[in-house]
Design a protein around this ligand. Structure first.
Ligand code: NAD
Length: 364
């Protein structure tokens, strides 16, 4: 079989879906690996770092790949250039993407969106949400440390004592926990908050304090559910008071397939200390703060709000290494006896399928 990858075309995207290490593993399985020229260059993997791999133009890769792997979905126009009945694997951003799904269906692609994999133990090795969220959480906290007007750690010097920054991480999922760990390593006084009660132990195990606002909203599949209007009001009231003493917020709260929960109102921001900083990791899905503008910097009463986009692309080498391992493990599921044969009876294959044989399987 031929497994391919293109140079990613989304603005600012620097990751690649097949790294030299994974190309070697694919070759070990007897698969042919076909990459667009310079596919990995921006991730730190020039063509020369891939052994025993073929390079071609994007059009040739699309036309020849039995399995095309990607980091982000190819443009709708490019999907029409993929081989009919071929397999597409990657973060296909399926929620609300009706045109993209129609394009994939028209091509009769067997298209698999890795972000739809269930969060089960067996799926862990393919869990791109987790691997990329870990990178994003780390990067968000570094951006916060870099952008804040204060030091994170305590410093005792002849010029006086500097008190450590007080950092609050809202949403203690994979990204949030990595952000907490990063803030701790930088010496900040760190707190974590989440609506899933089981996160308390996880936050505390990182040496941070758990902020209990008395609102619990565990949903299905290990995810949070959306809060009711009353719960949201209770959360905001409890949080508003607390924020008066916080220097830095990194917010990561999300509910799959839904706009990000609005947790920080303009009034709450106005009540924060001048010089305080918010890094809103949920900017891509609308933001946890109502003042966030995706990709921009907003100043509000002396408080700065950043809405960085595509954080994993900012650490493309390690992000690609983890992502490519996830992709390889998933593609292995689809291949039986040297042929591509996705098995619908496999929960992981069925749940991640977006289109197959000209039919949309995902309609969310
Ligand atoms: P996510 O990106 O969907 O959300 C980030 C966090 O925001 C979550 O912790 C969520 O509880 C929180 N949140 C949502 N609404 C909120 C609100 N109104 N206020 C405060 N916080 C709010 O989450 P994720 O990082 O993808 O993790 C989701 C779940 O998947 C977690 O339970 C995680 O432990 C689990 N998981 C399981 C595995 C596995 O192999 N079993 C692997 C990875 C993750």
């Amino acid at each position: 079989i031929t497994v391919g990858a293109l140079r990613e075309t989304a603005a600012g995207e620097r990751r690649v879906a097949i790294t030299p290490e994974m190309a070697k593993k694919m070759r070990g399985r007897g698969w042919r690996v076909l990459l667009e020229r310079d596919a990995g260059a921006s991730a730190g993997f020039p063509d020369a770092s891939y052994a025993d791999v073929e390079f071609a133009s994007a059009a040739e890769v699309c036309a020849q790949a039995d399995v095309l792997t990607c980091v982000l979905p190819p443009a709708d126009g490019a999907i029409a250039g993929l081989r009919e009945q071929s397999v597409l694997v990657g973060q296909l951003r399926p929620y609300g993407a009706h045109e993209r799904i129609a394009a994939m269906s028209a091509r009769k692609l067997a298209a698999y969106a890795l972000e739809l994999l269930p969060r089960t133990t067996r799926a862990q090795a393919m869990d791109v949400l987790s691997s990329q969220a870990a990178v994003a959480g780390y990067r968000a906290m570094l951006i916060a440390a870099e952008s804040a007007p204060k030091f994170f750690p305590m410093l005792t010097t002849a010029a006086g004592t500097i008190r450590p920054s007080r950092v609050l991480v809202i949403g203690a999922g994979v990204a949030g926990l990595q952000a907490i760990a990063t803030a701790r390593r930088l010496g900040a006084q760190t707190e974590g908050y989440d609506v899933r009660p089981e996160t308390r132990e996880q936050v505390e195990s990182l040496g941070a304090k758990f902020l209990d606002l008395g609102v619990s909203a565990a949903g299905s599949g290990g995810y949070a559910r959306e809060l009711s209007a009353e719960e949201r009001a209770a959360q905001q009231q409890a949080l508003a008071d607390h924020l008066k003493n916080v220097d830095v917020i990194v917010s990561t709260a999300a509910v799959p397939g839904r706009p990000a929960p609005k947790i920080l109102s303009a009034a709450m921001v106005a009540g924060m200390k001048p010089g305080a900083l918010i890094v809103d990791m949920a900017a891509e899905s609308g933001g946890n703060c109502e003042l966030t503008r995706p990709g921009e910097r907003v100043e509000h009463g002396g408080v700065t709000i950043l809405g960085p986009l595509n954080l994993p692309a900012g650490a493309p080498l390690h992000a690609s290494e983890m992502y490519a391992r996830n992709v390889f493990n998933f593609v292995e599921l689809l291949v039986k006896d040297d042929a591509v044969a996705p098995d619908d009876a496999d929960e992981l294959v069925a749940k991640s399928c977006v289109t197959r044989d000209g039919t949309a399987r995902f309609t969310g």
